[in-house]
Design a protein around this ligand. Structure first.
Ligand code: URA
Length: 268
């Protein structure tokens, strides 16, 4: 499967190194590092609207990041009525949210950014340091690669695509999100998807993928087919930060984008 590329898009592909690894037939087998881990037991309050999922480790283990000890504080009450909110109220609710302890360390909440009429929705995991400072998703190094990937598809931030994360606040030290943080935050994302009604969701990275699909299957096993989240077609791909560390897997990511594009066009 391939896309009809213009010169500009070919240039983008060259720039992000994807052309080097095309065609997809050259794609390698999955790296063993993509195996899932055991889910942690959940500590979710009965108010949870969605099952709790745990975040597995990064595909290639970075230097071990220890989760700071978070006291076993009782879960706070979620902001009520999220499921019926419109964009403005939803953004306000996120900005004011104190439903988990991530609110204590955040600089800014990171609600999401983009075209509210977009066909494409990209979902990542959680804000990093730069995103926390700027209040916008994917503005660090991984974000630059994401922008190039989107440009290859003919969309860009603010036009044709909406970008959000599962978590709206930065986990301290970029540690993995805790199950209760995911449980508290996911209703915001669910509502964003309902309001946007994108034609396709691109779920990036193991944490986002496993959270949205409620599975512990590795990304490599979930790629290459069309899933659904909230009745919206969802295609799984690697996180741009992972691709920066694993350049050959850009070819697989490109194949994922092609699949998503064909779904978007009603071809798959
Ligand atoms: N990684 C993500 O998943 N989201 C961001 O916003 C930044 C980095």
């Amino acid at each position: 499967m391939s896309l009809d590329l213009g010169d500009r898009q070919r240039g983008m592909l060259r720039e992000i190194g994807i052309e080097l690894f095309w065609p997809a037939a050259e794609v390698r087998e999955e790296a063993p590092a993509e195996q899932p881990v055991q889910l942690a037991p959940t500590q979710v309050a009965p108010i949870a609207e969605a099952p709790v999922r745990a975040r597995p480790p990064e595909p290639v283990a970075p230097p071990q990041r220890q989760a700071p000890a978070i006291a076993e504080a009782p879960l706070r009450q979620r902001i009520p009525g999220v499921a019926g909110m419109e964009w403005e109220a939803l953004a306000g609710a996120v900005a004011e949210c104190r439903a988990c302890r991530l609110c204590e360390g955040r600089t800014k909440t990171v609600f999401g950014v983009g075209d509210l009429q977009a066909d494409w929705m990209v979902i990542g995991e959680a804000p990093g340091e730069t995103e926390d400072l700027q209040g916008e998703p994917f503005v660090g190094q991984a974000g630059k690669l994401l922008d190039n990937m989107l440009a290859a598809l003919g969309v860009r931030r603010g036009q044709g695509v909406y970008i959000a994360n599962v978590l709206k606040c930065r986990p301290p030290g970029n540690r993995n999100p805790l199950p209760e943080e995911i449980a508290q935050c996911e209703p915001f994302l669910r509502r964003q998807v309902e309001l946007l009604r994108p034609k396709i969701i691109l779920a990036m990275g193991r944490f986002a993928v496993q959270t949205l699909l409620q599975t512990t299957e590795p990304v490599g096993k979930l790629r290459g087919r069309v899933h659904r989240y909230n009745d919206v077609p969802l295609v799984v791909t690697y996180h741009p930060a992972y691709l920066l560390r694993n350049l050959p897997d850009k070819a697989k990511a490109w194949a994922d984008l092609c699949l998503a594009q064909s779904v978007m066009r009603g071809l798959a």
